[in-house]
Design a protein around this ligand. Sequence first.
Ligand code: 5GP
Ligand code: ZN
Length: 112
Amino acid sequence: MDCIFCKIANGEIPSTKVYEDDKMLAFRDLDPQAPVHILMIPKEHIASADDLTEENAQIVAHIFTVAKKIAAAEGLTNGYRIVNNCGEDGGQTVKHLHFHLLGGRSMAWPPG
Ligand code: 5GP
Ligand code: ZN
């Protein structure tokens, strides 16, 4: 499958990994939008949040549980943001489910 994040997950494309286990991977975004900008992905190819089901959605709880450990390890004691862009209007450019972990500066709301 021609999926850039599957290729990162299987090591075909290099990345700066910050966390890995049998189910997920976290690595630094190529184009960081904050001092800390990490992408967290399931190793299983799930195209988007819109493709989650009762059968495959446990990975989301796992990713969020790991996210707070990554945030702590990155020194984000003052808070952080987790973002999922879903589909065209959501601004999703890579069609493999991923959560952005952003921190190290104050975030605006609402997003543009
Ligand atoms: P999206 O816009 O789909 O929510 O986010 C995709 C993210 O993936 C973007 O922030 C983009 O910078 C990042 N990205 C795209 N290609 C690569 C890559 O090859 N390596 C890394 N580390 N990040 C990538
Ligand atoms: Zn994929």
